[in-house]
Ligand binder design. Sequence first.
Ligand SMILES: C[S@@+](CC[C@H](N)C(=O)[O-])C[C@H]1O[C@@H](n2cnc3c(N)ncnc32)[C@H](O)[C@@H]1O
Length: 257
Amino acid sequence: MPNPESLPAAFRDVDAAAPDHIVRCLDTLQAMPAGRAYKALALDALGLTPGMAALDVACGLGDDVARMAERCGRAVGADASRTLIDRARVRHPNHEFVVADGTALPFPDASFDAVRIDRSLQHIADPGRVVREMARVARPGGVVLCAEPDWGTYLVGGPHSDLTGRVEHDWIRTFRNPWIGRELSSLLAAAGVIDRRAEGVWLPTRGFAETDLLFEVEATARRLVGHFPDAPAWLDAYRAGEATAGVLILVVWGRKG
Ligand SMILES: C[S@@+](CC[C@H](N)C(=O)[O-])C[C@H]1O[C@@H](n2cnc3c(N)ncnc32)[C@H](O)[C@@H]1O
Protein backbone atom coordinates (compact mmCIF):
# COMPACT_ATOMS: atom_id res chain seq x y z
CA MET A 1 0.00 0.00 0.00
CA PRO A 2 1.41 3.41 -0.94
CA ASN A 3 -0.08 5.09 2.17
CA PRO A 4 0.33 3.74 5.69
CA GLU A 5 -3.35 3.67 6.67
CA SER A 6 -5.76 4.53 3.87
CA LEU A 7 -6.27 7.14 1.16
CA PRO A 8 -8.76 9.14 3.30
CA ALA A 9 -6.21 9.23 6.14
CA ALA A 10 -3.53 10.43 3.69
CA PHE A 11 -5.75 13.34 2.56
CA ARG A 12 -5.90 14.63 6.14
CA ASP A 13 -2.15 15.31 5.97
CA VAL A 14 -0.90 15.08 2.40
CA ASP A 15 2.59 16.30 3.31
CA ALA A 16 3.12 13.12 5.36
CA ALA A 17 1.86 10.84 2.54
CA ALA A 18 3.25 9.52 -0.75
CA PRO A 19 2.76 12.54 -3.06
CA ASP A 20 2.91 10.74 -6.42
CA HIS A 21 0.12 8.38 -5.37
CA ILE A 22 -2.03 11.31 -4.17
CA VAL A 23 -1.43 13.15 -7.46
CA ARG A 24 -2.39 10.03 -9.46
CA CYS A 25 -5.66 9.69 -7.52
CA LEU A 26 -6.56 13.38 -7.98
CA ASP A 27 -5.73 13.32 -11.70
CA THR A 28 -7.68 10.08 -12.25
CA LEU A 29 -10.82 11.55 -10.73
CA GLN A 30 -10.44 14.78 -12.73
CA ALA A 31 -10.27 12.74 -15.95
CA MET A 32 -13.33 10.54 -15.28
CA PRO A 33 -16.48 11.59 -17.21
CA ALA A 34 -18.49 11.94 -13.99
CA GLY A 35 -15.64 13.84 -12.34
CA ARG A 36 -15.65 16.30 -15.22
CA ALA A 37 -19.47 16.48 -15.11
CA TYR A 38 -19.84 17.46 -11.46
CA LYS A 39 -16.92 19.90 -11.68
CA ALA A 40 -18.53 21.58 -14.72
CA LEU A 41 -21.83 21.85 -12.84
CA ALA A 42 -20.05 23.34 -9.82
CA LEU A 43 -18.13 25.81 -11.99
CA ASP A 44 -21.32 27.04 -13.70
CA ALA A 45 -23.07 27.40 -10.32
CA LEU A 46 -20.40 29.89 -9.19
CA GLY A 47 -21.80 32.37 -11.74
CA LEU A 48 -18.37 33.87 -12.46
CA THR A 49 -18.02 36.85 -14.79
CA PRO A 50 -14.97 38.92 -15.83
CA GLY A 51 -13.75 41.16 -13.02
CA MET A 52 -14.90 38.87 -10.20
CA ALA A 53 -12.57 37.32 -7.59
CA ALA A 54 -12.95 33.62 -6.66
CA LEU A 55 -11.38 31.31 -4.07
CA ASP A 56 -10.97 27.51 -4.11
CA VAL A 57 -10.44 26.19 -0.55
CA ALA A 58 -8.46 22.90 -0.32
CA CYS A 59 -7.56 23.39 -4.00
CA GLY A 60 -5.17 20.43 -4.30
CA LEU A 61 -3.30 20.63 -7.62
CA GLY A 62 -5.06 23.86 -8.62
CA ASP A 63 -6.82 22.66 -11.78
CA ASP A 64 -10.15 24.13 -10.62
CA VAL A 65 -8.42 27.44 -9.89
CA ALA A 66 -7.24 27.56 -13.52
CA ARG A 67 -10.81 26.83 -14.74
CA MET A 68 -12.22 29.58 -12.52
CA ALA A 69 -9.56 32.02 -13.73
CA GLU A 70 -10.74 31.53 -17.32
CA ARG A 71 -14.08 33.07 -16.30
CA CYS A 72 -13.18 35.77 -13.76
CA GLY A 73 -10.55 38.40 -13.04
CA ARG A 74 -8.75 36.76 -10.11
CA ALA A 75 -8.78 33.15 -8.89
CA VAL A 76 -6.91 32.01 -5.77
CA GLY A 77 -6.23 28.49 -4.47
CA ALA A 78 -5.63 27.69 -0.79
CA ASP A 79 -4.60 24.29 0.59
CA ALA A 80 -3.11 22.97 3.83
CA SER A 81 -0.54 20.90 1.93
CA ARG A 82 2.71 22.61 0.97
CA THR A 83 3.49 19.67 -1.34
CA LEU A 84 0.29 20.16 -3.33
CA ILE A 85 0.60 23.96 -3.40
CA ASP A 86 4.18 23.60 -4.74
CA ARG A 87 2.88 21.29 -7.47
CA ALA A 88 -0.06 23.60 -8.23
CA ARG A 89 2.39 26.51 -8.69
CA VAL A 90 4.42 24.46 -11.18
CA ARG A 91 1.32 23.27 -13.03
CA HIS A 92 -0.35 26.72 -13.12
CA PRO A 93 2.44 29.32 -12.84
CA ASN A 94 0.15 32.24 -13.72
CA HIS A 95 -2.25 31.74 -10.83
CA GLU A 96 -2.21 32.58 -7.13
CA PHE A 97 -1.79 29.84 -4.50
CA VAL A 98 -1.34 29.98 -0.72
CA VAL A 99 -0.64 27.37 1.93
CA ALA A 100 -3.53 27.83 4.36
CA ASP A 101 -5.80 25.81 6.59
CA GLY A 102 -9.48 26.00 5.70
CA THR A 103 -10.35 26.70 9.33
CA ALA A 104 -8.33 29.97 9.32
CA LEU A 105 -8.31 31.53 5.86
CA PRO A 106 -5.76 34.36 5.54
CA PHE A 107 -8.13 36.75 3.77
CA PRO A 108 -10.17 39.75 4.98
CA ASP A 109 -13.95 39.54 5.33
CA ALA A 110 -15.93 39.85 2.08
CA SER A 111 -12.89 39.61 -0.22
CA PHE A 112 -14.30 37.15 -2.83
CA ASP A 113 -17.34 37.06 -5.10
CA ALA A 114 -17.41 33.23 -5.04
CA VAL A 115 -15.87 30.62 -2.74
CA ARG A 116 -15.83 26.86 -3.30
CA ILE A 117 -14.56 23.63 -1.74
CA ASP A 118 -14.46 20.22 -3.43
CA ARG A 119 -14.19 16.73 -1.84
CA SER A 120 -12.31 18.05 1.18
CA LEU A 121 -14.80 18.68 4.02
CA GLN A 122 -15.07 14.87 4.15
CA HIS A 123 -11.50 14.83 5.55
CA ILE A 124 -11.52 17.85 7.90
CA ALA A 125 -12.18 17.53 11.65
CA ASP A 126 -14.39 20.64 11.91
CA PRO A 127 -16.20 21.09 8.57
CA GLY A 128 -18.63 23.64 10.04
CA ARG A 129 -15.74 25.95 10.90
CA VAL A 130 -14.42 25.75 7.33
CA VAL A 131 -17.84 26.57 5.87
CA ARG A 132 -18.14 29.55 8.25
CA GLU A 133 -14.71 30.74 7.10
CA MET A 134 -15.78 30.37 3.46
CA ALA A 135 -18.87 32.50 4.16
CA ARG A 136 -16.81 35.07 6.07
CA VAL A 137 -14.47 35.72 3.12
CA ALA A 138 -17.38 35.83 0.61
CA ARG A 139 -19.00 39.20 -0.03
CA PRO A 140 -22.70 39.59 0.81
CA GLY A 141 -24.61 38.09 -2.14
CA GLY A 142 -21.55 36.08 -3.24
CA VAL A 143 -21.82 32.35 -3.98
CA VAL A 144 -20.57 29.79 -1.45
CA LEU A 145 -20.41 26.25 -2.86
CA CYS A 146 -19.51 22.81 -1.51
CA ALA A 147 -19.16 19.59 -3.56
CA GLU A 148 -18.75 16.47 -1.43
CA PRO A 149 -19.57 12.76 -1.63
CA ASP A 150 -22.07 11.21 0.75
CA TRP A 151 -20.54 7.83 1.56
CA GLY A 152 -23.93 6.57 2.77
CA THR A 153 -24.59 6.17 -0.98
CA TYR A 154 -21.42 4.11 -1.64
CA LEU A 155 -22.08 0.93 -3.63
CA VAL A 156 -19.64 -1.87 -4.39
CA GLY A 157 -20.84 -3.85 -7.43
CA GLY A 158 -21.63 -7.56 -7.52
CA PRO A 159 -24.21 -9.90 -6.02
CA HIS A 160 -25.66 -9.11 -2.59
CA SER A 161 -23.63 -10.60 0.27
CA ASP A 162 -22.74 -9.78 3.88
CA LEU A 163 -19.10 -9.47 2.89
CA THR A 164 -19.81 -6.88 0.18
CA GLY A 165 -21.72 -4.89 2.79
CA ARG A 166 -18.78 -5.11 5.18
CA VAL A 167 -16.35 -3.98 2.46
CA GLU A 168 -18.57 -0.93 1.88
CA HIS A 169 -18.91 -0.27 5.61
CA ASP A 170 -15.19 -0.62 6.39
CA TRP A 171 -14.21 1.78 3.62
CA ILE A 172 -16.80 4.34 4.73
CA ARG A 173 -15.50 4.33 8.30
CA THR A 174 -12.01 5.43 7.17
CA PHE A 175 -13.50 8.93 6.52
CA ARG A 176 -13.76 11.59 9.20
CA ASN A 177 -17.12 12.80 7.86
CA PRO A 178 -18.64 10.01 5.74
CA TRP A 179 -22.12 11.62 5.63
CA ILE A 180 -20.89 15.12 4.81
CA GLY A 181 -22.91 15.27 1.56
CA ARG A 182 -26.25 15.29 3.35
CA GLU A 183 -24.95 17.77 5.94
CA LEU A 184 -23.90 20.45 3.45
CA SER A 185 -27.17 22.36 3.27
CA SER A 186 -27.44 22.73 7.06
CA LEU A 187 -23.76 23.69 7.38
CA LEU A 188 -24.26 26.39 4.74
CA ALA A 189 -27.47 27.57 6.42
CA ALA A 190 -25.66 27.83 9.79
CA ALA A 191 -23.00 29.96 8.07
CA GLY A 192 -25.66 32.41 6.80
CA VAL A 193 -25.88 31.10 3.21
CA ILE A 194 -29.38 31.59 1.76
CA ASP A 195 -31.24 30.48 -1.41
CA ARG A 196 -29.54 27.09 -1.26
CA ARG A 197 -29.76 24.62 -4.14
CA ALA A 198 -28.47 21.05 -4.46
CA GLU A 199 -27.67 18.72 -7.34
CA GLY A 200 -26.27 15.21 -7.32
CA VAL A 201 -23.94 13.49 -9.78
CA TRP A 202 -23.33 9.76 -9.65
CA LEU A 203 -19.61 8.97 -9.76
CA PRO A 204 -19.06 5.40 -10.98
CA THR A 205 -15.71 3.67 -11.35
CA ARG A 206 -15.07 1.11 -14.07
CA GLY A 207 -12.77 -1.89 -13.75
CA PHE A 208 -10.62 -3.11 -10.90
CA ALA A 209 -7.60 -0.83 -11.46
CA GLU A 210 -9.63 2.39 -11.31
CA THR A 211 -11.92 1.18 -8.51
CA ASP A 212 -9.03 -0.02 -6.38
CA LEU A 213 -6.99 3.14 -6.94
CA LEU A 214 -9.81 5.41 -5.75
CA PHE A 215 -11.68 3.18 -3.26
CA GLU A 216 -8.97 0.74 -2.03
CA VAL A 217 -11.21 -2.33 -2.32
CA GLU A 218 -8.35 -4.82 -2.02
CA ALA A 219 -6.87 -3.31 1.16
CA THR A 220 -10.35 -3.04 2.67
CA ALA A 221 -11.16 -6.70 1.91
CA ARG A 222 -7.78 -7.83 3.30
CA ARG A 223 -8.44 -5.99 6.58
CA LEU A 224 -11.56 -8.14 6.97
CA VAL A 225 -9.88 -11.57 6.70
CA GLY A 226 -9.89 -12.04 10.50
CA HIS A 227 -13.70 -11.81 10.57
CA PHE A 228 -14.42 -13.18 7.09
CA PRO A 229 -12.03 -16.02 6.08
CA ASP A 230 -13.63 -16.00 2.61
CA ALA A 231 -12.53 -12.38 1.96
CA PRO A 232 -9.67 -13.47 -0.40
CA ALA A 233 -12.11 -15.56 -2.46
CA TRP A 234 -14.58 -12.61 -2.52
CA LEU A 235 -11.76 -10.39 -3.76
CA ASP A 236 -10.80 -12.83 -6.53
CA ALA A 237 -14.42 -13.00 -7.73
CA TYR A 238 -14.78 -9.21 -7.55
CA ARG A 239 -11.57 -8.68 -9.51
CA ALA A 240 -12.65 -11.22 -12.16
CA GLY A 241 -16.02 -9.47 -12.63
CA GLU A 242 -16.90 -5.92 -13.64
CA ALA A 243 -15.38 -4.59 -10.40
CA THR A 244 -17.55 -1.48 -10.33
CA ALA A 245 -18.26 0.87 -7.45
CA GLY A 246 -19.75 4.34 -7.12
CA VAL A 247 -20.79 7.17 -4.85
CA LEU A 248 -23.08 10.19 -5.13
CA ILE A 249 -21.39 13.61 -5.22
CA LEU A 250 -23.64 16.37 -3.89
CA VAL A 251 -23.07 19.92 -5.11
CA VAL A 252 -24.77 22.40 -2.76
CA TRP A 253 -24.56 26.18 -3.09
CA GLY A 254 -26.26 29.44 -2.21
CA ARG A 255 -25.64 33.15 -1.62
CA LYS A 256 -24.20 34.79 1.46
CA GLY A 257 -27.12 36.61 3.09
C1 LIG B 1 -9.48 14.92 -2.12
S1 LIG B 1 -8.41 16.32 -2.13
C2 LIG B 1 -9.35 17.43 -3.16
C3 LIG B 1 -8.47 18.44 -3.87
C4 LIG B 1 -9.20 19.32 -4.89
N1 LIG B 1 -10.24 20.11 -4.26
C5 LIG B 1 -9.74 18.52 -6.05
O1 LIG B 1 -10.96 18.54 -6.28
O2 LIG B 1 -8.96 17.87 -6.74
C6 LIG B 1 -8.53 16.97 -0.49
C7 LIG B 1 -7.68 18.23 -0.28
O3 LIG B 1 -7.96 18.77 1.02
C8 LIG B 1 -6.78 19.33 1.53
N2 LIG B 1 -6.96 19.53 2.97
C9 LIG B 1 -7.12 18.61 3.94
N3 LIG B 1 -7.31 19.19 5.13
C10 LIG B 1 -7.29 20.55 4.91
C11 LIG B 1 -7.46 21.69 5.74
N4 LIG B 1 -7.67 21.58 7.07
N5 LIG B 1 -7.39 22.92 5.18
C12 LIG B 1 -7.17 23.06 3.84
N6 LIG B 1 -6.99 22.01 3.01
C13 LIG B 1 -7.07 20.77 3.53
C14 LIG B 1 -5.73 18.30 1.14
O4 LIG B 1 -4.42 18.80 1.23
C15 LIG B 1 -6.18 17.98 -0.29
O5 LIG B 1 -5.61 18.86 -1.22
